[in-house]
Design a protein. Structure first.
Length: 297
């Protein structure tokens, strides 16, 4: 593809608009010889004469008129392209792909993402939810830019930064009698609803029961924290849920109790070490890392 020097094209347009090389030179802040040189180079590149002198006026040749007809559109397209790229460079628009668990997505991230949208209204934010292993794999493959997941997580190319602890609680219908402090043994005697197997949250709960020498036999396994809460609210059993999923006062039909021994999960920010941070992604990363300084809601 033949290249076309855009500065030379601008000089050509200015010469034709002002009708002389000297006037164009003054308008562009160049010397007249520099303007003449640029026109000659442009004509050499295109293989034809573009400007002719009629009396004291510089006018386009037939070929020059053809080029002039395209020049305005070329200038508009170039300006549009530069403006679009500049907005990306400033972080004003673009896309951030975030991966996380469903619980954090519902109960932890809305204020943070809302603030990010206020600061960068043109930024496209996509959120993917899934288990830690799925999300971490997507970060490694650069299908997701950054993630907030439940530990453990690992990857040679990944930077993994723990940011917060989330304590688990026992949740039961209000009319179900629970001890003030709930043990694995006391829960084993009640119908128990848990997250479906496969995710880190379920593995943490399974290890807690195993560590207390209690066989785990859940009545039901579900993939959604909201589904579990609905089932508990309907009186189908009790559950062990991350504390952020049952903020105080949200569900008056449910009661919560601490676990003994205490149980928690650790959330971490995961990003590729070689990830290039544009302004929007840097702001999201800083916001996620800032969770370390503030307790969960």
């Amino acid at each position: 593809m033949q290249s076309l020097n855009l500065d030379y094209l601008k000089t050509f347009v200015t010469v034709i608009e002002h009708g002389s090389f000297s006037a164009a030179a003054e308008r562009l802040g160049l010397t007249q010889p520099a303007v003449s040189m640029q026109i000659r180079q442009l004509e050499k590149r295109l293989g034809t004469v573009l400007v002719e002198r009629v009396g004291r006026k510089a006018r386009p040749t037939t070929a020059g008129a053809e080029l002039l007809a395209h020049a305005e559109r070329i200038d508009a397209e170039v300006s549009s392209a530069v403006e679009a790229v500049a907005r990306h460079a400033s972080g004003a628009i673009g896309r951030v792909r975030l991966g996380t668990g469903a619980t954090a997505c519902i109960f932890l991230l809305p204020p943070l993402l809302g603030e990010l949208r206020r600061r960068y209204p043109g930024l496209e934010i996509t959120v993917t939810t899934g288990n830690t292993s799925e999300i971490v794999k997507a970060v490694e493959e650069n299908l997701i830019d950054i993630a907030l997941v439940t530990l453990p997580a690992s990857g040679r190319m990944l930077e993994i930064t723990p940011v917060m602890d989330d304590e688990f609680v026992a949740v039961a219908p209000r009319d179900m009698t629970l001890p003030d402090v709930v043990t694995a043994d006391s829960l084993s005697k009640l119908p128990l609803l848990l997250f479906e197997p496969g995710g880190n949250t379920r593995r943490i709960v399974d290890r807690w029961f195993a560590g207390n020498d209690v066989a785990l036999n859940p009545t039901m396994s579900l993939g959604s924290v909201e589904a579990i809460k609905a089932m508990v609210g309907a009186g189908l059993g009790c559950a062990i849920l991350p504390g952020m999923a049952v903020p105080p006062g949200e569900r008056p039909d449910l009661v919560t109790r601490s676990l003994s021994p205490r149980l928690h999960r650790e959330l971490a920010v995961v990003i590729r070490r070689d990830k290039r941070l544009h302004r929007g992604l840097k702001a999201l990363r800083d916001g996620l890392l800032g969770l370390a300084a503030s307790p969960p809601p």
